[in-house]
Design a protein around this ligand. Structure first.
Ligand code: PSU
Ligand code: MN
Length: 308
């Protein structure tokens, strides 16, 4: 894979791993710039990278720094991204604007997937992907993440889609556009903060080797969609009712105050954290670490299969 250095600067460790066909896992950065408060965002980003390493893969945190696409950051760069400042949130559609205007940005799942595919990274770990928002029939708010999954061949490990979304409609959409969706060691499609959403996972994977084999066939046949591998969160809240109430209230407030497009998800996540006294953050960070580790173990299993 040739990297276009006019626009993309890979970190030295990531570049070496890619050249040597070693396992690499992409990590997104909107959760750093817009999803979690400072300094919890920095700590979580560092822990996610460590989980990827523990699983035998190289982490590649993807973002934009001063109008350059960066794939893999050093400690100083990660800190700079995490500190409160002038960062924007960029999905795949914003990349062409953000480079010449020299933006520093967190890339969403869609933006990160697109960049990952461009440099040849096939596995990606995150918290929850975007989806069809509650009330989308009026607002039309459907995350670019779903469109990207339909057209970009990267396997995304997440805890399903955020429970701030309309999960049933999100699953219907993914089915329509032909994106394979799996429960990882579960028959249930998880709902981000909880392992159960009331919706079944369309297919099931037992372990990392199983996931790697499935991805290998998908790619061998040239099927060009992504894949969503949904892991239940490793911890949950005793009081699930409290969480659901917070989700409902945050969604209602977003609607009533006229918040729209890219601002919706950061607002709603922030409000849920306030309303649950930080409990939602405890689950959010735990599942982020967990998913990074699972993505790492699938990347390692894929490497094993390809070198047999
Ligand atoms: N999951 C989290 N925290 C986040 C996000 C997901 O735990 O901050 C981000 C991801 O980057 C995802 C984005 O791609 O929210 C979706 O935003 P939107 O709904 O505006 O497409
Ligand atoms: Mn949206």
């Amino acid at each position: 894979m040739k990297i276009d250095r006019r626009y993309i600067q890979p970190g030295p460790e990531v570049e070496q791993a890619l050249l040597a066909n070693q396992p690499v896992v992409a990590l997104e950065s909107t959760l750093i710039t817009h999803g979690l408060p400072y300094p919890l965002n920095l700590q979580t980003a560092q822990e996610m990278e460590q989980e990827v390493r523990n699983a035998g893969a190289t982490p590649a945190t993807i973002c934009l720094l001063d109008g350059m696409i960066r794939v893999g950051l050093n400690d100083d760069e990660l800190s700079r991204l995490a500190e409160p400042g002038d960062t924007v949130k960029i999905s795949s559609r914003g990349i062409g604007w953000a480079l010449p205007t020299k933006q520093t940005a967190g890339t969403t799942v869609s933006g990160t997937m697109w960049i990952a595919a461009k440099v040849g990274i096939e596995l990606f770990g995150t918290g929850g992907t975007g989806g069809v928002h509650v009330g989308a029939s009026e607002t039309g708010d459907i995350s670019t993440d779903l469109f990207e999954l339909a057209r970009t061949p990267v396997a995304v490990v997440s805890s399903g889609v955020k429970s701030i979304l309309d999960i049933g409609r999100t699953l219907e959409y993914l089915e329509s556009v032909g994106v394979p969706v799996f429960g990882f060691q579960t028959d249930q499609f998880p709902a981000f903060f909880s392992g159960t959403s009331g919706h079944s996972a369309p297919m099931r994977l037992e372990n990392a080797a199983d996931a790697a084999r499935t991805w290998q066939v998908h790619r061998d046949l040239g099927i060009n969609t992504g894949m969503l591998i949904a892991c239940p969160p490793p911890i949950t809240l005793d009081d699930a009712g409290m969480l659901q109430q917070a989700v409902d209230q945050a969604n209602r407030e977003a609607r009533e105050s006229g918040i729209s497009s890219g601002a919706v998800t950061p607002f709603v996540l922030g409000r849920i954290a306030e309303l649950t006294d930080g409990e939602s953050l405890r689950i959010n960070t735990a599942l982020l670490r967990h998913n990074a580790g699972v993505a790492g173990s699938i990347a390692s299993a894929l490497h094993t299969i390809r070198n047999q």
